[in-house]
Design a protein around this ligand. Structure first.
Ligand code: NAD
Length: 546
């Protein structure tokens, strides 16, 4: 075990450029198209491989397996993964605890550097990662690229943020004292990501945890374990010490909840549905025998996001924004627009033009870069079809309203628009997480705002209007964590749009923002009376910037 805390020895020579978001790949360029097709062919030749559970650097196999399948071709196995059970919780915790003693004392510059090196490798292999995302969760090329780009952004951003946090000083130095404020790690955390941003959110929550000196048990979604296994391979390649990240693919209700309940789990970083987030919140709140701290929960949950379209809006821009937000990645984003709240003055023309646009959306295999692909699983497919039945009774179907059958049996659902929906209808209030948009008529701007605020969620929202006064009112009264003016409500960029929701959308942790890493640390105030240490110790303190 290290005896000296080295976290004050950031080399001043660290070559840091200012953070910039990763540029998007233009797949219209023939060279990029060729590279993506080659990456898909290459990844297709690697499908079906078995991946290990990794605890303390040891590779383990279980009798039960998790099979990750391609939602566009449900018979195609993407990867075979181990199935962590409750018996793996203790070994994973002990490995993470053992690693914590040294990792928490590893200089922050080294921890940040590990993130920067991981980012560089992902950038080098971005087409390959895009191909894995396309095949494992059904993202078209642009959506896959956005996920990979956001992953790189999180690594680059959190590395810089950790260094910034490390340089924090107290605002006041009392006469005769040396006053210091340090952000120290919490301990062992559980990282529990969703399947829909299986790279960016999984890697982002993991990176934020470890760059602050914590160690983790990472339990990826059963619908997207392969991308997590690939990330783990990459972390090992850049030199992550054993036990800092323990990769345990497992089912949420047994393995996941047992990790949450473990008395030594210090924090839980979760992103997923409201129901699971609330379950984790409750479980984490129950003190276990031997537990000596209050667990911290960072819970980012579902959404039911609205776009308000006013009569004074640029209608083309509003249609672009609504369609992209509702049907990008088949509405399977927490930020997806699932409610368009449209002024009565333009309602009919808006609905006509919306119907025309949505009828042109192509649905098909994302490996061929079709705009909308399948939903993630049979469970999700059934859930969305059930909501279509409900929606048909709650409004007028303008587009879709049915499944699309293919010879391979992919989980395709036609992009669906249901108009004339009451603000309190079920499809207006419940998260569907599929390609289903409800259109609601508003009779005034007050009415539009009150409809926008009538769900239990509060994640994203947008408003299209030419009126400064309405924008100003929305700034105050539209109650969501991420609000957009005259642009779509999806596509948050790291650094520019710190992300997190109000109310039942979560704890508003603002991933990709300047406050995020505080959630993975605790602040320690140290005050030293001057004049009592030896001159050598004083000199050393000065050199260390204290
Ligand atoms: P989910 O809640 O079903 O699963 C999320 C994770 O929790 C998975 O890893 C799952 O295995 C695990 N889990 C399930 N039950 C558990 C339990 N009892 N204890 C511990 N872990 C458990 O969500 P999903 O289907 O993977 O993802 C879609 C949901 O995520 C949507 O509701 C979406 O809105 C939300 N989401 C939110 C954000 C955000 O930033 N707010 C971002 C992406 C997705």
């Amino acid at each position: 075990m290290a005896t000296v805390n080295l976290t004050h020895s950031v080399p001043s020579s660290l070559p840091l450029t200012p953070f910039v978001n990763e540029p998007f790949v233009d797949f219209a360029q023939p060279e990029n198209k060729r590279r993506m097709q080659a990456a898909i062919a290459d990844v297709q030749s690697k499908l079906g491989r078995e991946y290990d559970m990794i605890i303390g650097g040891k590779r383990l196999k279980t009798t039960g397996k998790i099979f990750s399948m391609n939602p566009a071709h449900p018979a195609e196995v993407i990867g075979v993964h181990q199935r962590a059970g409750t018996e793996h919780v203790e070994p994973a915790m002990q490995a993470a605890q053992a690693a914590f003693t040294t990792w928490s004392r590893t200089p922050v510059a080294d921890r940040a550097d590990l993130l920067f090196r991981a980012a560089a490798l992902i950038r080098e292999r971005s087409f390959e990662f895009c191909a894995w995302l396309t095949l494992e969760v059904g993202k078209n090329w642009g959506e896959a690229d956005a996920d990979v780009g956001e992953t790189i952004d999180f690594l680059e951003f959190y590395g810089r943020e950790a260094l910034r946090l490390h340089g924090t000083t107290t605002p006041i130095q009392l006469p005769g004292e040396r006053n210091q404020l340090r952000y120290v790690p919490l301990g062992v955390g559980a990282v529990i990501p969703p399947w829909n941003f299986p790279f960016a959110i999984m890697a982002g929550m993991t990176a934020a945890s470890i760059v602050c000196g914590n160690t983790v048990i990472l339990k990826p979604s059963v619908d997207a374990p392969t991308i997590a296994a690939k990330f783990m391979e990459l972390l090992e390649e850049v030199g992550l010490p054993d036990g800092v990240v323990n990769l345990c693919p497992g089912e949420g209700p047994d393995f996941g909840s047992a990790v949450v309940a473990h008395p030594q789990t210090r924090f839980i970083a979760f992103t997923g549905s409201k129901a699971v987030g609330l379950d984790i919140h409750e479980r984490a709140a129950k003190t276990q025998p031997g537990q000596i701290f209050i667990k911290r929960t960072i819970l980012e949950m579902g959404g039911k996001d609205s776009i308000i379209v006013e009569a004074d809006a640029d209608l083309d821009a509003a249609l672009d924004g609504v369609v992209a937000s509702a049907f990008g990645f088949n509405g399977q984003k927490c930020s997806a627009c699932s409610r368009a709240i449209v002024s009565a003055d333009i309602y009919d023309v808006f609905c006509d033009r919306l119907q025309e646009r949505v009828s042109k959306i192509k649905t098909g295999d994302p490996a061929e870069n079709v705009y909308t692909g399948p939903v993630i699983s049979e469970k999700s497919y059934r859930k969305v079809l059930d909501y279509l039945d409900i929606g048909k009774k709650e409004g007028t179907v303008l587009n879709g309203g049915h499944a699309i059958e293919t010879p391979e049996g992919g989980y395709y659902i036609a992009p669906t628009v249901i108009a004339d929906v009451a603000p309190t209808a079920r499809i207006a209030l419940e998260e569907i997480f599929g390609p289903v948009l409800a259109v609601i008529k508003s009779h005034s701007f007050d009415d539009a705002l009150s409809i926008a605020n009538n769900t239990e969620y509060g994640l994203t929202g947008a408003i299209y209007t030419g009126s400064r006064e309405k924008l100003d009112r929305a700034r105050e009264e539209f109650n969501v964590g991420n609000l957009y003016f005259n642009r779509k409500c999806t596509g948050a960029m790291v650094g520019a749009h710190p992300f997190g929701g109000f109310n039942m959308s979560g704890t508003d942790s603002k991933a990709g923002g300047p406050d995020y890493l505080l959630l993975f640390t605790q602040a320690k105030s140290v005050a030293e009376k001057l004049g009592h240490a030896s001159p050598a110790a004083e000199k050393q303190a000065e050199q260390m910037g204290m």
